[in-house]
Unconditional design. Structure first.
Length: 122
């Protein structure tokens, strides 16, 4: 006799608490932060800047396949003379992305150099 098939509800993804995430970040771990599926429905790799190692940058560049970003204060951006990517942030987003002023002729940065950059910006 064949058993009647059961319908199984898909499990909801389990998310860590904010406290657990902060503990992991303080320990130098990389975490994935996701936004709402009704928004961009994507994830970002996140680490504390002072804990970043060349291996972490390599992982982000190789598997994350996106921009490697660093959060800086307005004052630090002014010191580094970083221009804003956009001048109009009327989208309601509280962020103002900026670009580095790396000369076009310079060679690509090595992973160790890229990893030292976040630590130097503290």
């Amino acid at each position: 006799m064949n058993p009647t098939p059961r319908l199984v509800e898909p499990a909801q993804p389990a998310f860590d608490s904010i406290e657990d995430i902060l503990t992991d970040l303080a320990a130098g771990k990389m975490v994935v932060i996701v936004d709402d599926e009704d928004r961009e429905n994507e994830g970002d790799l996140l680490m504390a800047a002072d804990k970043v190692r060349p291996e972490d940058i390599n992982f982000m560049a190789r598997f994350g396949r996106g921009l490697i970003c660093l959060t800086l204060t307005r004052e630090r951006c002014t010191q580094l003379r970083l221009p804003l990517m956009v001048s109009d942030t009327a989208s309601g987003a509280p962020t103002s992305p900026s670009l580095s002023k790396r000369p076009k002729a310079s060679p690509p940065a090595s992973r160790p150099t890229t990893a030292r950059t976040p630590c130097a910006q503290r």
